[in-house]
Design a protein. Structure first.
Length: 429
């Protein structure tokens, strides 16, 4: 009955049976397309959810692996000969806030892992409530932990701060202005006082490191004296130095002081000599293992000319000159050095004007002070020296490689940088 009525109604409107069938087919297709369009977003949503779950799973696995590596590295800092210091490692591990873990840059091969330490650690170690405690680790490209410190941050004027600003340590070692002021004291994972950096007006104002006296005190107990060597900066230049006596350790059998900011060095496996002995490690001349080489190009020139002579063919005055060009200056903590090139030229005076006749690059030298355990070498790849057609200008284009390294850190990766620079100069009068 329903079909008959529908057909009659359709015929009354001038529609044929064929048209009705087409309409039915169109309606069916339309419903199918609607279902298809509804199905596609659902499929994409499911795919996105699956991908998101996979990413979260990878992220979780990566986070768990990092935590495992950190705990494993901390365990290796223990020494059986120093049980009190070993217990400091256990306390630290119990109070690492992995949920607040962050990453910061260091250099092209290494990355900082910055993890706050919980308040319970500060309470147990009698650290002021306004002082921030942070576990600062360095990992390589494969994710392995290379080294690390506990960092105590004392805000300027003991002001209360919720956290250390993000990228503070990246800026610290990239020689950028910080977003905070105060003292950063670096300890070994067991709590031994190593070195410190202080910042005022967002710039480093002092650097200090703890160093034992090179000679034993003249006592029957064979004491070792410890000092804080401080260097003060103004606009990147050292203006003063101060040595502060911190105390002494009098024990022939080593020490195992578990106090916060202890002077007692780490022995054996706990970051010391590594041979299981009771002798402290030989200190590296670079107390801050994260310090970076820094530099800027310079353009300081000087011409040193010899006695004048006569060209027997032209009768014109001649003279030999050595052109010195200081082109690169380097810094490492309070150490500074330059690289200078030497180029030989011969000049002849024509019509009362000195002109270049010959030019030859000679060599490069380094001037200044380097740390005794560091090296910095300049290798000249190419040296193109030329004279302009009128003889009034000389040019030198240098392509060179600088290799910097620290010898007393076995994990130190040599810092290599390639540069191309040029200079032009006129004949000296």
């Amino acid at each position: 009955m329903f079909n008959g009525i529908f057909i009659t109604s359709a015929c009354c409107h001038g529609l044929s049976l064929k048209t009705v069938k087409q309409s039915r087919t169109l309606t069916t297709n339309t419903n199918f397309m609607k279902k298809k369009f509804l199905l596609q977003p659902l499929l994409w949503s499911m795919i996105l959810i699956l991908l998101s779950c996979q990413k979260n799973e990878v992220r979780d696995n990566s986070h768990d692996l990092l935590i495992s590596k950190i705990n494993s590295w901390l365990e290796k800092q223990k020494s059986e000969k120093q049980p009190n210091k070993a217990s400091n490692i256990d306390l630290l591990k119990e109070n690492i806030d992995f949920s607040a873990l962050k990453f910061e840059g260091l250099n092209e091969n290494e990355q900082f892992v910055v993890i706050p330490v919980k308040e319970n650690y500060k309470i147990k170690k009698n650290i002021d409530k306004n002082t921030h405690a942070t576990l600062l680790l360095v990992r390589d490209k494969t994710g392995n932990i290379l080294r690390g410190n506990i960092v105590l941050y004392f805000p300027e004027n003991n002001q209360q701060m919720n956290e250390i600003p993000h990228n503070t340590f990246y800026k610290m070692y990239a020689e950028k202005d910080l977003d905070c002021n105060g003292l950063f004291r670096f300890l070994s994972p067991t709590g031994t006082w190593m070195f410190q950096r202080e910042y005022k007006n967002r710039k480093m104002s002092s650097f200090g490191f703890v160093k034992p006296d090179d000679t034993k005190a003249k006592t029957s107990t064979d004491c070792t004296l410890y000092f804080l060597n401080l260097y003060f900066w103004v606009d990147g230049v050292i203006v003063a130095q101060q040595t502060i006596y911190l105390g002494s350790i009098c024990s022939s059998g080593g020490c195992d002081d578990g106090q916060n900011q202890s002077l007692c060095p780490d022995y054996g496996a706990g970051g010391g000599s590594g041979d299981g002995s009771n002798e402290p490690p030989e200190p590296c001349c670079i107390s801050d293992p994260n310090v970076q080489f820094s530099s800027e190009l310079s353009n300081i020139t000087k011409d040193d000319c010899g006695l004048e002579g006569i060209n027997p063919l032209t009768g014109n005055p001649t003279k030999p000159c050595i052109h010195e060009w200081t082109f690169h200056r380097w810094h490492f903590l309070w150490y500074n050095w330059d690289f200078t090139s030497f180029t030989n030229t011969n000049l002849e005076k024509e019509g009362g004007v000195w002109k270049f006749k010959t030019i030859a690059f000679q060599s490069v030298s380094r001037n200044g002070q380097l740390p005794p355990c560091a090296s910095s070498e300049c290798t000249i790849n190419t040296a193109n020296a030329s004279i302009s057609a009128d003889g009034l200008t000389a040019k030198l284009i240098l392509k060179y490689t600088i290799e910097n390294r620290v010898a007393c850190y076995q994990w130190w990766t040599p810092n290599n940088s390639i540069h191309t620079i040029k200079t032009d100069w006129s004949p000296p009068s």
